[in-house]
Ligand binder design. Sequence first.
Ligand code: ZN
Length: 312
Amino acid sequence: MQTPTRAEITEVGPRDGFQAEKSFIPTASKIEFLDRLIDAGVPRIEITSFVSPRAVPQLADAEEVLRGVDRTRGALLAALVPNKRGALRAAEAAIDQMVVFLSASQSHNNRNVNRTIEASLAGFEDVARVAEEANIPVHGAIATAFGCPFEGDVQAAQVAKIAHRYRELGFAGVSLGDTTGMATPPLVAAAVEAIRETAPDLPITLHFHNTRGIGLANVMAGLQLGIDRYESSFGGIGGCPFAPKATGNICTEDLIYLLHEMGVQTGIDLRKLTGIARDVETAVAHDLPGQVMKAGLRLDLHSLDSVRVAEG
Ligand code: ZN
């Protein structure tokens, strides 16, 4: 399989990251960050979630954010919709793409959205109908695709079965989410190969977490499999729900740095992105795990006088 020469990056920080913050990020700064991401060349952004404002108060301003953001420059703006009600709101707000999600593991799905996997899939039929009427594509995410914190291993066949249902529902693609950082390169290969067998023409996106430090190693595994779509968050914002001090999403700047050094083009201005990540860190008022945002680019040279030399 050929390593791709170009990859499409989805920035999920405004949704996946901001929803995990204790404090509410003001609507105006959310819009400013989104406009800067678009200006930096990010082609697809998960900007918010049309969930109940009571359930996720951090994203209660979904409509306002979508109204405020610069939509003239062609970035694809996606938002999570949990059910038909959310789909109706998203359609009314004229989102570019709806994202539905379930967990590949039964107990995680029960815990997360309080219903069985079958019930989730049945609900997606309602979402698909609303979306079709509004002529909006739907993207299907699968959480705990590489392992479940309650059940352990998740079989590749189970992930492939859900991807097949997504294809039958007419979805534009599938994302495999490594919700608690349990993916490893062999598991990535197994899931991708299983989906390619059951739903050969369904585009696959990989969404890794760096919980155990091998997020970018999993991206390398994805590249070797020819996967050219990845999701990540600025500064690596968004934690792991079961390990309070562990990191969550892989960091967009670190991912872009790796891709560009590998000769994989993204169309994204990395320097602009590191500036955004540093300002996000200021906005959330705590350290973010991103590394390139702190170290700078590889060829950012330093003056000889700027470092103290040890004697001897
Ligand atoms: Zn995530």
